[in-house]
Write a protein that binds this ligand. Structure first.
Ligand SMILES: Nc1ncnc2c1ncn2[C@@H]1O[C@H](COP(=O)(O)OP(=O)(O)OP(=O)(O)O)[C@@H](O)[C@H]1O
Length: 260
């Protein structure tokens, strides 16, 4: 049995707002194991981003338990346990691609030569070698998102938190990046927590799919994928794929209330 990377037990988070409490996470129980690719899927407001932010120590739980690599989120953050990829690439326009990737390494005081080596390796992993001197605005949206993935990979954390990284891209680019991400995951053996709104994306990428539902934000189904590790895009036409997609859709439908 692989070690637990993220473990949540009866995890709750309530935001206090002027309109009263918002129950963003309610009794979430989940175990993410080393090497898992876990997707979080559910309608807007079901707490997907909040869950990633609790793992990253950007939000504090209200009650329950959460550990990251066996530590509190606070200790895990200090130990640089994760890389975070945001919805938008969030690159600094006045810095070149290599300088953007260098930023967390500068903050962590890596030596110059080590920075260079890590930047080259990260760019190679996302197939962007040769673009180090370009500015973000000289790259396409897909390439910018790959650069932001390289930035999250550069300090070699075992855990990658990705919040809808491909949501703003067209379908062809997204398909390509999905394939690339799977290859990268297989090569690096990282653990990935990935937020998405897309059923095909969740089923194609994941070893485990977490279906969530809003008001209060909760987990309604956890599906262990039966698909093989090697997944050409054509796998999306197979009966096994469609069966898992059907279960996700049913889970989403069950959690959705049309009265609200
Ligand atoms: N800082 C905050 N203060 C108050 N309420 C918040 C805050 N952040 C999120 N919420 C509320 O908590 C709930 C969960 O939000 P969250 O962003 O985690 O959902 P999500 O599933 O990621 O949604 P989306 O798919 O739209 O990104 C929502 O009702 C949201 O309005």
């Amino acid at each position: 049995m692989q070690a637990s990377v993220v473990s949540a037990k009866d995890l709750c988070l309530t935001y206090q707002t002027n309109d009263g409490p918002v129950h963003a996470l309610s009794d979430v129980n989940l175990d993410v194991r080393k090497g898992d690719f876990v997707s979080f899927i559910g309608p807007s407001g079901c707490g997907k981003t909040t869950f990633l932010r609790v793992i990253a120590d950007l939000e504090k739980k209200t009650s329950g338990e959460i550990t990251v690599n066996g530590m509190t989120p606070d200790d895990a953050r200090k130990a640089r346990a994760y890389g975070y990829v945001f919805q938008a690439p969030a690159l600094y326009p006045w810095r070149t691609i290599e300088k953007n990737i260098a930023l967390p390494l500068e903050i962590m005081s890596y030596a110059g030569a080590d920075q260079k080596k890590r930047i080259a390796e990260a760019l190679d992993l996302v197939n962007l070698s040769g673009f180090e001197k370009k500015f973000p605005w000289q790259l396409s949206g897909g390439m910018q998102q790959r650069a932001s993935i390289a930035r999250a990979l550069a300090f070699d954390a075992d855990l990658l938190l990705m919040d809808e990284p491909f949501g703003a891209l067209d379908e062809i680019v997204r398909d390509h990046l999905n394939e690339e991400l799977l290859k990268l995951w297989a090569r690096t053996n990282k653990t990935i927590c990935f937020v998405t709104h897309s059923i095909p994306e969740a089923v194609y990428l994941s070893t485990k799919i977490v279906v969530m539902s809003p008001r209060p934000g909760r987990v309604t189904d956890v599906i262990d994928s039966t698909l093989p590790a090697l997944r050409p895009l054509g796998i999306r036409e197979t009966p096994e794929f469609l069966e898992i997609a059907h279960r996700v859709r049913e889970g989403l439908r069950a959690g959705h209330s049309y009265e609200e």
